[in-house]
Design a protein around this ligand. Structure first.
Ligand code: GCB
Length: 720
């Protein structure tokens, strides 16, 4: 096959590709799966031109597998032959245990980022399984078919002009060849080489030089693999990294989704299916976050867990360090302030550091020096075969406490009022890919706005973003991808078990972050279903066991009397869209309905309440006075109605307000979405709508009222 794809080479499965569909019996789905997927009766494969025509209209894909169920839509099956291969090489790709510390350069660790252009191919073959049948990972991707250049990190969906790629469901393949420094590759140096993905959406399998090294379920969270034994011993030979990523969502993934076959042949082409989702953002896919290669010594610091307490003028930093590679080692710890002065030392794998007159970590606008972090340098020394190995890892540490009472959220013992936003990782062209200019712009806008917090609606955000929250003092409600849990099936044991694993991965990743003050285990699940009681009791208890230091919540839209999950949360987070989805156009109902909402929730649970979403769509530049829906004036007026109630209730037990949404964002197409959701106070290009100025006025006013400091003046903050 030609090495270079023609511009539309990715769009249309060529006759050659169609012919390359997997032979029967190899990686094909079982009858059970076929039934589950409601496959249409068998039929001949569609000819190429028909497939192209059928696929040319949005999130629709023809299926030409002769009635067999869609193998690649159920990610595990094609792996069986691969698993055998992996086991044979001793490199089975289970999700690695361990700490998943963010890769940092230190005197003992080196780092190589693999961002840039990767080779890419979406598997448009019948059944989407050609890549596995033909083992594309065994040779350079260009040798098995056409490839295009694909930026990493980025979603693949909006990079080309091809609607089929934009709406593609199934396996896509990425590949990068890298030359590693010689010093990483010598076998006798006790160096470990690790390949780490910040995230890839949704299900990933990774090979290095044709050997499977990792397999990971779930987007939004990191995974990694020790690839030393594959790359070492062959300096000068490029290391070929191949990644297959599948964006199919099932009732048991997080978020859940389902594939629906449209069997009415008078309405749909044969073998037609759609991916249904019950959440309101575009299911962008690809390698979304940085890919890194890094080294550690073969005996290394695997994980560090830090919690902090403080009283009067003394703080305690409790630490635990885990080491892998040897049982014979020593650990020493040194805590330094921002001037580099050592303020405490310790040793051993667990202990406490005492800090006198600590600089506490304070939220933005609550202190003139928010986001203060110490540096905890952990030094490991071990003897390996007569040689002394040393590993050093430096962890930023913020000293702060979090407590919840029946009416307040306390940070360092002071009442904290969340005046912030909900966000998405979303932008033109890059989709959900991490992009530094965008990240910086967003943080500057947040601070311009006077926002002190956000919720990572509706999935964990990039570690690089979380680092900036720690550094700038932006308080985070850290949400897992539990969004769109709406059916009884998604409350079953299989989903529950996966949800527990996702919480483990999230807590493992973010447990040391001072900005993270609460975990959110879900957004707007069908918590009125009886099954939600056991489900949320279990997920919340598990999260608290993983991290007893932080409160846990989930975000509800259910009626307070019917919600089966609310008894288990520490803070009630409630979304409402009065005079938008309910009583559209009737701004005058807001005060009464919102007051009733708060009073009912408080009466039932006596727990503090955050208005975790409220808002209205507005099309920038659309004006109407008196205000009508979708105009900028309506969005402003709706916000003001909500604010008047917040102002009454924040004197009692309402502890926060988070606007929906920070910026306009892409969704699936639908009759209520105009190129996406327009509830942003900024456009998708990050220009303020009129509502942004209303919010800015308000947030700065609240900051000045509630701050324990002399008034903070906007113009004194240099970047504003
Ligand atoms: C919600 C959801 C959010 C939607 C928003 C809306 O309740 O939590 O994901 O985007 O409403 O605009 O409909």
């Amino acid at each position: 096959m030609a090495a270079a794809a023609p511009p539309d080479g990715l769009t249309l499965p060529t006759a050659k590709m169609a012919a390359a569909a997997p032979p029967d019996g190899l990686a094909l789905p079982t009858a059970k799966m076929a039934a589950a997927a409601a496959a249409p009766p068998g039929g001949a494969a569609l000819p190429t031109t028909k497939m192209a025509a059928a696929a040319a209209g949005g999130r629709r894909c023809p299926r030409s597998d002769g009635g067999r169920a869609p193998l690649p839509l159920l990610p595990l099956l094609p792996l069986l032959p691969l698993l055998a291969l992996a086991l044979a090489t001793g490199r089975a790709g289970a999700v690695p245990a361990g700490g998943m510390l963010y890769p940092r350069e230190t005197p003992s660790r080196e780092l190589k980022e693999l961002g840039g252009l990767w080779s890419f191919r979406a598997d448009f073959s019948a059944g989407r399984a050609a890549g596995f049948a033909q083992r594309w990972y065994r040779q350079p991707l260009r040798q098995t078919g056409p490839v295009i250049d694909m930026p990493v990190p980025a979603s693949f969906n909006d990079i080309t002009q091809d609607p089929n790629l934009e709406n593609y469901i199934g396996w896509v393949w990425y590949e990068k060849e890298v030359l590693l420094p010689r010093r990483w590759l010598q076998e006798d140096l006790n160096t470990r080489v690790v390949l780490r993905f910040g995230s890839a959406h949704y299900y990933s399998i990774v090979w290095v030089n044709g050997v499977q090294v990792a397999e990971h379920e779930g987007g939004h969270l990191p995974f990694e693999a020790d690839i030393s034994s594959i790359v070492q011993g062959s300096p000068g030979i490029p290391c070929r990294i191949t990644v297959a990523v599948n964006n199919t969502l099932t009732p048991h993934t997080l978020p859940p989704g389902s594939i629906q076959y449209m069997n009415d042949v008078s309405k749909y082409p044969k073998n037609y299916f759609v991916q249904n989702i019950k959440f309101d953002f575009f299911n962008y896919a690809g390698i979304h976050r940085p890919v890194m290669l890094y080294t550690t010594p073969s005996v290394y610091i695997d994980d560090i867990t830090v919690t902090t307490t403080s009283s009067e003028n003394i703080a305690m930093v409790q630490y635990q360090v885990s080491v892998v590679g040897s049982a014979l080692y020593s650990l020493s710890l040194s805590l330094r302030d921002q001037e580099g002065k050592e303020v405490a030392t310790g040793d051993g794998s667990a202990g406490e550091l005492k800090v006198l007159d600590p600089n506490l970590w304070w939220p933005y606008l609550m202190h003139e020096n928010p986001g203060y972090r110490y540096s905890l340098e952990v030094k490991l020394q071990a003897q390996v075969n007569g040689a002394l190995l040393e590993d050093i890892y430096t962890l930023p540490v913020g000293i702060r406490t979090v407590h919840v009472t029946s009416t307040q959220f306390l940070i360092n013992g002071k009442p904290f009022y969340f005046h912030g936003v909900n966000k998405h990782e979303d932008a033109d062209i890059r989709g959900k890919g991490l992009d530094w200019p965008l990240v910086m712009k967003d943080f500057n806008l947040l601070r311009w706005l006077g926002a002190n917090s956000f919720r990572t609606s509706h999935y964990p955000y990039a570690e690089e973003i979380m680092d900036l929250c720690d550094a700038y003092g932006i308080v985070v409600i850290d949400e897992c991808p539990g969004v769109g849990i709406k059916t009884a099936e998604s409350f079953g044991n299989k989903s529950l078990q996966h949800h527990l694993v996702v919480m483990e991965e999230l807590v493992r990743r973010d447990k040391n972050r001072p900005s993270v003050v609460m975990w959110s285990v879900a957004n707007e699940p069908a918590s009125q279903l009886p099954a939600a009681a056991h489900y949320f009791k279990t997920v919340i208890a598990h999260t608290k066991a993983l991290d007893p230091s932080r409160p846990v919540t989930f975000v509800t839209e259910a009626n307070n009397a019917l919600d089966h999950g609310a008894p288990y949360v520490d803070v009630i987070c409630v979304n409402s869209y009065f005079s938008w989805y309910h009583d559209p156009g009737h701004l005058e109902v807001i005060p009464l309905q919102l007051m009733t909402q708060f009073e009912n929730w408080y009466k039932t649970y006596q727990k503090p309440i955050i208005q975790s979403e409220y808002g209205a769509d507005s099309i920038p530049g659309l004006h109407s006075d008196p205000p009508l829906m979708f105009s900028e004036e309506y969005q402003k007026a709706l916000l003001k109605e909500y604010h008047s109630v917040f102002d009454k209730k924040r004197k009692e037990y309402v502890i926060g307000e988070l606007i929906w949404n920070f910026a306009d964002f892409m969704t699936n197409q639908g009759t209520t979405r105009v190129l996406g959701n327009k509830k942003g106070i900024f456009t998708r290009q990050r220009q303020p709508k009129s509502a942004a100025f209303v919010l800015r006025e308000r947030y700065w006013k609240i900051a000045n009222e509630s701050s324990c400091l002399p008034p903070v003046i906007k113009s004194h903050i240099h970047f504003l």
